[in-house]
Design a protein. Structure first.
Length: 382
């Protein structure tokens, strides 16, 4: 168990509530998009509802009592979250005013023509080329970079405590200084979780802003618009992109593993396995399945046995070094369930795989047998 955290004050509660309000605002802006997908009977409509529910659960856990800490998102992490959202919101507004308007209509019409000539359940397989899948998964694999939050977390805390806050003490409140000083004394697991939360939450806000502008205000341009268009499947023309679900899945899976923990270090190692399995399993299944998949599953359209096997192998070996053979075998079962069963129900595996892995690892955490001690690339003095 982790030692007791710093004493909580008004600022801790205020900023945690503000983070929850930010999530609630995103939910408010996303709900009309979900409502429209039901009106159009879009194949991804149920997956979109699950995403909204997960966002609500994340907001709830952010302010629930957390063992000795009081809050899951410790201050000043919640403060950094709010500052980042405000800064990115300002950048988004500046971009909307300065960038040349660019409509989504021509691109959506091109994708819609494919939607109208084939079964909606198989549209992505039939109308998204192999080269397009490779480009898409190249961006997909960047999710592995989230693990480096556990490497840079100690360095960030060191810089903030020993340099930034020390030199600007008069500009910071006593609670900020006390919280950062407390974080400086914690082990790299705690410092990594703090950086992981900030990084995942900030990256999700960037994605959410892009999707809200794309789906509700199609003429407004933004920096990532062309990249999203190049990697968008036909079924995502009028619905959330699959990338929108991955980061909330990572964040909620990490909360499950580290909320009121009994085995905190093992929970952190399980987060590594969760991210690796969710990323590499899906990557290998898609690439191998599209390239070499000759034998299709009769009950799951668009999925091949070769792709499933590749995903199972990637899931097992991706989890093995972080959680050991027993939980690695359980990871394969979760991958098969989300890839085939959830995929057949049109529920995003990007969202459900990390969440179900988090629940499974938490229930079986006493069987966690990491083959390595950590994932750290920082000098000892941090």
């Amino acid at each position: 168990m982790i030692l007791a955290g710093p004493q909580l004050g008004v600022e801790s509660w205020m900023y945690s509530i503000l983070v929850c309000c930010v999530i609630a605002l995103y939910m408010y802006l996303l709900v009309p998009i979900v409502k429209r997908t039901f009106q159009e009977k879009h194949p991804n409509r149920y997956s979109n509802v699950v995403l909204i529910v997960v966002l609500g659960l994340i907001a709830l856990f952010y302010i629930l009592p957390y063992s000795q800490f009081g809050l899951y998102v410790l201050y000043p992490v919640s403060y950094w979250d709010v500052v980042f959202v405000a800064a990115w919101g300002l950048i988004t507004l500046i971009g909307a005013w300065t960038l040349k308007p660019s409509t989504e209509r021509p691109h959506n019409l091109m994708l819609q023509r494919g939607m109208e000539c084939t079964d909606k359940n198989t549209i992505d397989t039939l109308n998204f080329s192999y080269s397009g899948e490779v480009r898409r998964k190249a961006l997909h694999i960047m999710a592995l970079l989230t693990l480096f939050a556990f490497s840079v977390g100690p360095m960030i805390i060191w810089l903030v405590n020993d340099h930034a806050y020390a030199s600007m003490g008069a500009l910071n409140t006593p609670e900020q200084l006390a919280s950062v000083a407390w974080a400086r004394t914690q082990n790299i697991d705690v410092q990594g979780i703090m950086a992981f939360n900030v990084g995942i939450f900030g990256a999700f806000c960037v994605q959410a802003d892009c999707e809200i502008l794309r789906l509700r205000y199609s003429r407004i341009n933004f920096a990532l618009k062309r990249t999203l268009q190049k990697t968008r499947r036909a079924s995502e023309a009028r619905s959330f992109g699959a990338h929108m679900s991955m980061l909330p899945g990572f964040l909620f899976g990490a909360i499950i593993l580290t909320y009121w923990p009994t085995y905190f270090h093992e929970g952190v190692m399980a987060i590594f396995a969760l991210v690796t399995v969710s990323t590499l399993g899906d990557l290998m299944a898609a690439i191998i399945g599209r390239r070499y998949g000759k034998h299709k599953w009769g009950w799951c359209k668009g999925k091949s046995k070769e792709g499933t096997l590749a995903g199972c192998l990637a899931s097992f070996f991706g989890a093995l070094i972080f959680v050991g053979p027993i939980l690695a075998a359980a990871s394969v079962g979760i991958f098969i369930f989300t890839d085939l069963v959830m995929g057949n129900l049109r529920i995003s595996d990007n969202l459900m795989t990390p969440i179900l892995l988090g629940i499974t690892y938490r229930l079986l955490i006493f069987w966690c047998m990491p083959m390595i001690s950590g994932f750290w690339y920082v000098p000892e003095f941090f």
